[in-house]
Design a protein around this ligand. Structure first.
Ligand code: CA
Length: 404
């Protein structure tokens, strides 16, 4: 099929609607409009048609307006609170200073559509024009009550600080391009920053391309509030009952919560176990022991749990050398003595918390720079100015249930 076939068969082009489901109510909160062509040999997506810039712009615009018109007409018959997500190309919109878009928004409004029910989707990394003009237009559109969603965030080339400046209402991340259920660690970290960013700027994080149970779980674990994808529903020519997947989603959330709860419990169990071990080990120490003796003795007692032990004071200055396990032997490394670690994320917060609660803290999973592997650190207050740090290797965490 080529562009001409599309134009010749305009009467066979129809809007399809893919539901977007919210995690908090498990109900449909909106539909993304997707253009489809219903031919004798089946229904085909027209995504390629809008992305192909070798097709004259007026053709694409004509089809776009046609689909949009049909979609709005159908949407007006839907008497509930759902929103309609419409894709636009901001390069084309800004070529006319946004006038065409604003004109069509106003005409929707004349037809009885509340503009607060419209969400405009666009891809930030495809935008080639003047960023300040874009920002200006989006602010204006938002002032009309229309919401803005930035599409395809998280792929290579998306620019987090620009996204923050555009202040979208919704940030859409596509999970579809991830092969199967394998989620590379790097991508997890990008998503983690995205979930922090959306939280900071007051935007809603949404995952599309949810194609499997594991991807849904992933979206849920990464702060996604809205979900869209084949796993929930394919795009359809009609709207669906707003609670069509409420029961199944509730069941799946139950699995997720059960599993995460087990993981959190495993972390508490380890925290408690290490706390007891250290309390007993510290009792055996003599007041004459140097900091280096302390870390070496404790390291030997925690032989199976740790690969590195050291002591810092409450300002973060390391007071001992590093007790380090090499193969199966512990030895002392001098290199880090008197270095300061107060600049590390969470460091000071943890020191204050340990002083306040008088008990140890297990860190999140993070990559150790020297070892280049995922570890956790257990920290423990010796008294109110000395703190013990016990680094736990990946191997140990992996062998226990729920610690990775
Ligand atoms: Ca889209």
């Amino acid at each position: 099929m080529d562009a001409l076939d599309v134009i010749m068969n305009k009467d066979k082009i129809v809007p399809y609607f893919q539901p977007i489901i919210s995690a908090d109510t498990q109900l449909v909160i909106g539909y993304e409009v997707l253009a489809r062509i219903e031919l004798d040999d089946g229904v085909k997506s027209l995504g390629w048609f809008f992305k192909d810039h070798s097709i004259p712009e007026e053709y694409r615009q004509e089809v776009d307006e046609y689909v949009c018109h049909l979609a709005i007409e159908k949407f007006l018959s839907l008497k509930d609170d759902t929103k309609l997500f419409i894709n636009v190309d901001m390069n084309e919109i800004l070529a006319t200073n946004g006038e065409r878009l604003i004109k069509s928004l106003k005409s929707f409004e004349l037809n009885g559509l509340l503009l607060s029910k419209i969400v405009i989707e666009f891809t930030e990394q495809d935008f080639k024009g003047d960023f300040s003009l874009l920002k200006h237009l989006l602010t204006y559109i938002q002032s009309l009550g229309v919401q803005i969603a930035i599409d395809d965030v998280g792929k290579a080339g998306s620019n987090l600080d620009q996204i923050a400046q555009l202040k979208p209402n919704i940030v859409k991340v596509d999970l579809e391009f991830l092969e199967g259920d394998a989620f590379p660690q790097l991508y997890r970290d990008v998503l983690y920053s995205l979930s922090l960013l959306t939280r900071k700027i007051g935007a809603t994080l949404m995952f599309e391309g949810v194609g499997s149970f594991n991807q849904l779980n992933y979206a849920w674990r990464n702060g996604g509030r809205y979900y869209q994808g084949f796993y929930l529903s394919r795009p359809k020519p009609n709207f669906q009952k707003s609670d069509f997947c409420k029961m199944s989603l509730k069941k799946e959330f139950h699995h997720f919560i059960h599993y995460e709860r087990k993981k959190i419990e495993a972390q508490f169990t380890l925290t408690e176990k290490l706390g007891l071990l250290l309390k007993n080990s510290l009792k055996k120490l003599k007041s004459l022991d140097s900091y280096d003796d302390v870390v070496m003795q404790i390291a030997k007692e925690l032989d199976e749990v740790s690969f590195r032990v050291y002591i810092c004071d409450h300002d973060g200055y390391q007071q001992s050398g590093n007790a380090v396990k090499d193969k199966n032997n512990w030895h002392l490394e001098e290199g880090s003595r008197f270095k300061n670690w107060s600049w590390r994320p969470y460091f000071l917060e943890n020191i204050v918390r340990m002083n306040y609660e008088r008990k140890g803290i297990l860190s999140d999973l993070y990559t150790d720079i020297e070892k280049d592997e995922i570890i956790r650190t257990y920290s423990f207050p010796i008294d109110d100015r000395l703190f013990l740090f016990v680094d736990i290797p990946y191997n140990y965490l992996f062998e226990q249930d729920g610690l990775i």
